[in-house]
Design a protein around this ligand. Structure first.
Ligand SMILES: [Zn+2]
Ligand SMILES: [Zn+2]
Length: 429
């Protein structure tokens, strides 16, 4: 492949869909986008210039990262940008249009895929049209291929639009799934001067033509990986000599689900995986589990996390095993600014392709754009998280997930129209 600049938006989305990259492995995606934006005159900040690497969560081991880089190279990632990235994915691209005195607007799109296998079912369009994932156990099942495409579409449209005067900063964020990339991106100096900030998501149950101007009430979330270390022993001859890590894990699981609900609001807990590969006649010396907690407010999430940690500690103590826990990822809550929500809603109303504008809707999920939004607001800027309906035939994070590609242009147009209105208001102040 030459460059992605020759691809239409739907062709680009299909290309990204075919070569999905899970969190912190987005080398091909990042470098191809960087190449086009560089050619368009954007200043591009890559890897450690776009991410506070010390704050990264849930990073795969070095071998996995190296394999992902090699694969990206084999699949057409341009070498100069791979070099600039070193082992860290992520891109921030900025460009000023018209007057320098215009507003600084940030737009965040995420780039990562999920670790799951895509359907080859005859009714699944990516499979029948030949753009289903060619990577085993990686799939764009949340629409982030579409988000990345919308980011590129915004850059392309701004190059041929006269009505925006100001600076655009495009944040191409890695590792949103699991809540791992938002926090380290939010810690960079690129957030100190943003007047208005928009994050967006396709789908989420809404039909094409619907725009949510301000999602609200995200759940605060934390994911932990736990490992119990015991002592193996012969299960027949000397079970008393073992220290059973699997028992500790199962004791923990029962009691994690028994954490009392909190009077102040909604909480969640889930154990998604438990693993202890031992024979029937061996006392298990090792067990691992993957746990997440959520709360509708940050302190409720903290309550769940603190209590979960206490349960794990004492389950380990009960079975005389050691344990360690690692924070895999986390998100917090946010509130969209009404003034900006109104601008987005007005912008959406002005578009012929938008048939339904909803000012506020609960998102019901968790999002690590929350850290970016909070940083912008802490620095005095305004932010919102918008929804772009995309008539998904199957739910997010399912093997037959797909998006209606008409939503790509709508997503671009809503942001461009919002940018124009912000620039106009700015010049009148
Ligand atoms: Zn997702
Ligand atoms: Zn998503």
């Amino acid at each position: 492949m030459a460059t992605i600049s020759e691809l239409s938006l739907s062709e680009l989305r299909r290309d990204l869909h075919k070569y999905p990259e899970a969190g912190w492995k987005e080398f091909r995606t990042t470098s191809l986008i960087a190449e086009e934006l560089d050619e368009r005159g954007y200043t591009v900040h890559l890897g450690a210039d776009a991410i506070d690497t010390d704050e990264r969560l849930g990073v795969p081991n070095n071998d996995e990262i190296e394999r992902a880089r090699d694969r990206a190279r084999d699949e057409g990632a341009p070498e100069p940008y791979l070099d600039q990235m070193s082992s860290v994915t992520g891109l921030i691209a900025e460009k000023t249009f018209g007057e320098k005195s215009g507003p600084v607007v940030g737009v965040r799109v995420d780039m990562d895929a999920l670790e799951m296998t895509e359907s080859s079912d005859a009714e699944h369009r990516p499979a029948t049209d030949g753009f289903a994932s060619c990577h085993p156990n990686e799939m764009h099942a949340c629409g982030h291929d579409g988000h990345t495409t919308i980011g590129v579409g915004i850059a392309r449209t701004l190059d041929v639009t006269d009505n925006f005067s100001g600076t655009i900063k495009l944040f191409f964020q890695p590792a949103e799934e699991g809540g791992r990339g938002g926090l380290p991106m939010s810690k960079t100096a690129h957030f100190t001067d943003i007047d208005h900030f928009i994050a967006l998501h396709l789908g989420l149950g809404n039909e094409t033509g619907t725009i949510i101007a301000g999602y609200e009430r995200p759940l605060s979330n934390a994911k932990i990986d736990v490992e119990f270390h015991g002592e193996s022993a012969h299960a027949g001859k000397a079970p008393n000599e073992g220290r059973n890590a699997l028992q500790a894990a199962t004791t923990a699981i029962q009691n994690l689900y028994a954490i009392p609900r909190h009077e102040d609001g909604a909480t969640r807990i889930n154990v998604g995986q438990v693993h202890s590969p031992n024979a029937q006649n061996v006392i298990a010396d090792n067990a691992q589990m993957r746990v997440e907690v959520r709360g509708e407010a940050a302190d409720l999430n903290e309550y769940m996390l603190d209590t979960a940690n206490r349960v794990i500690e004492h389950a380990a103590g009960m079975h005389a095993v050691e344990y360690d826990t690692n924070l895999y990822g986390k998100t917090t809550t946010f509130e969209a600014d009404t003034e900006l929500v109104t601008v987005v809603a007005d912008a959406a109303h002005s578009l012929g392709t938008v048939t339904n504008v909803v000012e506020r809707e609960p998102i019901g999920a968790s999002e690590d754009a929350s850290y970016l939004i909070k940083r912008v607001q802490a620095e005095g800027g305004q932010a919102t998280y918008i929804g772009v309906g995309a008539s998904n035939p199957s739910g997010h994070h399912t093997s037959r997930f797909d998006i209606d590609e008409d939503a790509l242009d709508i997503g671009v147009d809503v942001v461009i129209e919002t940018l124009k209105q912000l620039s106009l208001t700015h010049s009148q102040q």
